[in-house]
Design a protein. Sequence first.
Length: 177
Amino acid sequence: MNTTKTPARLAAVFAVSLLALTGCAAESAPATDESIAFGDVVTIEDAWVKAADEGMSASFGTLVNSGDADVTVVSVSSDASSMLELHETVENEAGEMVMREIDGGFVIPAGEDLVLEPGGNHIMLMDLTEPLRAGDEATFTLTFSDDSSYEFTAPVKDYSGANENYEEGDEHEDMDH
């Protein structure tokens, strides 16, 4: 056995082993980056608000989560209304479609979209601060479960559909939005 080549071979084997272990460690690291705020991975497409002279209205669009973790929208605010809620539309015991505040907020699955639409999930504006007229715009701020936020502006449009009722026991009256 040649002893002058053994230390060099041992060093080479050690270096290759160390490199292989480093590569394995990098591959097993989580793919998520917890330092990325939810407000940086959520956007909205095709946002709009239903025109209304007073009372209540609603905002719609498609929330897009480009991140690799589920995102929860926990609240929304806007100068257009003094009271906003995240709503879902569900069937009650009588088979009627009724609106109610969604418990826990909207969850947008990782890498997926959540559609906000008339007759489905939507942002409810109650007690409008002034009329929302077609052609106007309204600005909203979504707040997420990690306390980050995302602001968007939506055009106001005329729309005569989505005449759901509130769930019985809710403090709101029947709603035309």
